[in-house]
Design a protein around this ligand. Sequence first.
Ligand SMILES: [Zn+2]
Length: 148
Amino acid sequence: MARPSVHLITSLGLSLPYWKLAKYALAPAVAVGVGVFVDLDHLADFVDARLRKDRHLVILPLHGWELMVVGWLTWLATGRRVWLAVACSAYSLHLSLDLLVNKPRAWYGYSLLYRASRGFDPKAIWPDGVQTHTWMKAKSIWQLWRFI
Ligand SMILES: [Zn+2]
């Protein structure tokens, strides 16, 4: 899994042109807020995995190409605001890094609709099921810090 520290560094790097060229001082905060904290949706899967002992799902409700398209269309429709460009850029970078690092069977593994059509089965998304998401094996939520 692309670790939060990688998402932090890349999000900060992505925010620099917005900060310097567009003079948007909040660019680092927006980029990190979106580019890192989108992974908080893993907590939904973590809780689901703890509740279902027999079956593991990969729902990732905030990871979807559809959300990226909606974000950019919103940016276009609302006057191309800088903060939304930063947020959409950070989100797009996050998904692209996840795609490169986590290596799903296909790019559409990060489609919410595709995952839903497969019942959120991790084996339909990743060749090794959950191997790339070893953090799911943490015994408690407090052990998750090891994967940062
Ligand atoms: Zn992610």
